[in-house]
Design a protein around this ligand. Structure first.
Ligand SMILES: Cc1cc2nc3c(=O)[nH]c(=O)nc-3n(C[C@H](O)[C@H](O)[C@H](O)COP(=O)(O)OP(=O)(O)OC[C@H]3O[C@@H](n4cnc5c(N)ncnc54)[C@H](O)[C@@H]3O)c2cc1C
Length: 435
């Protein structure tokens, strides 16, 4: 049977028991017992995929465990590959109007109040590069605002997933609701239950953690639009102006194991400040201007997609992964969300092109997506991991070589940022997709 109808027009045939139907309608009227495409996770990957599909005329339902879009997570630095995707799905200009274009990078050592190691200008050394830090909350809200009302079912946490023969894949939610989906797109992030079900191992803790915060300056922040990096021994920090009133900062520090989760905002902020005691005063001022609730601490993890060892990103014509669910990577290159955005347009194009295909055609589309994206994300995951290992070195001689030779003389910004080259055409809005 051709899948066009099931991609564009979710089947409405009743599926579950009357008791379940009752419970379902009380909880989320928008989610139907049978859906064509179900995206699990309303993060960057899930919302961008839903929007890209919609622009190609294909409807999808989105399940999100949270009661709202994720508000935390401070900000994400997006490079030109991320902006190409946001252009292609029609939301870039709205975001550009809110966030500063970063002009360059300044690298310092923490010694002597912040000794300069090197400065780069994007215009001179990486022409065409576009760098902006965007608030995650605003990015998600902007993507969601372009989807038809009712697309996202909140408070819909996936509990289990099971193949249901030729009918599709059965998703069971924590509250007992069930959805039978023709196609499931797993965008459920770094701890993805769908990836686990597909045989992926847990992401690996890489030995360092990150603090992040978003400082607020009601009367305007005082910084030039540059990324500021400060490299210590086993600790590095940085800050980047986000908007006229907000500045994002981070600290990465070595720790053999992540330890217990700390939720007390005051304790988090003071632990972060302790790590960079005596470091340049501009960094400390940014950190002190951060509301306590806007500081988070995250263990950094990744998972390398070794050829022949990693499971496939798709299962038959039914389930496929995108974003962190498939390829969690460390943030050392600022590429996790950018790659999640890239996944979204590539997958949407492949699935939309297979809208009239049979199951074999849809499976081929998923395999094509996997092959195209694997060649991109495996090397990037590895590179991000290796860069992180290098910059987190504690050894005094290695750090002296980094500060005296590597950063001042060897680093070339243009070649270093070649991984941000990614072209994609505008996804044309099609006639409204089915509701
Ligand atoms: C410290 C740090 C800094 C970073 N900085 C950058 C950066 O500067 N630039 C950049 O490009 N990337 C950066 N990243 C990476 C970026 O945050 C991720 O790559 C990106 O968020 C991945 O998006 P995603 O949609 O795949 O996953 P997520 O954003 O994690 O979204 C997953 C969604 O799925 C939902 N979900 C999970 N489980 C379920 C379930 N069972 N049922 C229903 N819903 C579920 C979650 O609630 C969430 O909304 C950084 C990461 C870290 C840790």
């Amino acid at each position: 049977m051709a899948l066009a109808a099931s991609l564009s027009y979710p089947l409405l045939r009743s599926y579950s028991s009357p008791r379940r139907r009752h419970r379902r309608s009380a909880v989320a009227a928008s989610l139907r017992p049978e859906e064509g495409i179900v995206i699990v996770g309303a993060g960057v990957a899930g919302l961008a995929t839903a929007l890209a599909l919609r622009r190609l005329g294909v409807a999808a339902a989105v399940l999100e465990q949270g009661a709202t879009l994720r508000a935390g997570g401070t900000s994400l630095t997006l490079f030109k590959n991320g902006w190409r995707v946001l252009d292609s799905i029609g939301v870039a200009d709205e975001l550009r109007a809110k966030y500063l274009r970063i002009q360059g990078m300044r690298m310092r050592s923490p010694a002597a109040g912040g000794r300069d190691l090197r400065e780069f200008s994007f215009e001179e050394e990486a022409p065409g590069q576009e760098v902006r830090a965007v608030e995650r909350r605003v990015l998600l809200e902007t993507l969601a605002s372009k989807l038809p009302p009712g697309t996202i079912s909140f408070s819909s946490k996936l509990k289990s997933i099971a193949e249901q023969g030729p009918d599709g894949t059965l998703l069971e939610l924590e509250d007992g609701r069930q959805v039978l989906a023709k196609i499931v797109i797993g965008c459920d992030g770094v701890n993805s239950p769908i990836a686990r079900w597909m045989g992926f191992s847990e992401p690996r803790y890489v030995g360092h953690m990150a603090f992040r915060g978003l400082a607020e300056y009601a009367d305007g922040q005082p910084f030039e639009p540059k990324v500021n990096y400060i490299y210590g021994r086993g600790v590095r920090a940085g800050f980047v102006p986000v908007s006229p009133t907000k500045v994002y900062w981070f600290i990465c520090f070595n720790r053999p194991d992540p330890g217990p989760k700390v939720t007390d905002p005051a304790a988090l902020k003071s632990e972060a400040l302790d790590l960079v005691r005596g470091w340049p005063s501009d960094l400390l001022a940014v950190m002190r201007s951060t509301p306590e609730g806007a500081v988070v601490r995250t263990p950094l993890v990744d998972r390398w997609l070794w050829p022949g060892l990693a499971p496939r990103a798709s299962r038959g014509s039914r389930v496929v992964l995108a974003g962190d669910a498939w390829h969690p990577m460390t943030p050392n290159l600022g590429q996790g969300a950018c790659c999640a955005l890239e996944d979204a347009v590539v997958l949407a194009r492949r699935l939309a092109a297979a809208a009239d295909a049979d199951a074999a055609g849809v499976e081929a589309a998923m395999r094509g997506y996997e092959a195209e994206r694997w060649a991109r994300v495996f090397p990037l995951t590895a590179r991000a991991g290796l860069v992180g290992a290098l910059v987190q070195w504690e050894n005094a001689a290695v750090c002296a070589a980094r500060d005296g030779v590597v950063i001042p003389r060897l680093v070339r910004l243009g070649p270093f940022l070649e991984h941000t080259n990614f072209e994609c055409d505008l996804l044309e809005p099609a006639a409204a997709a089915s509701p």
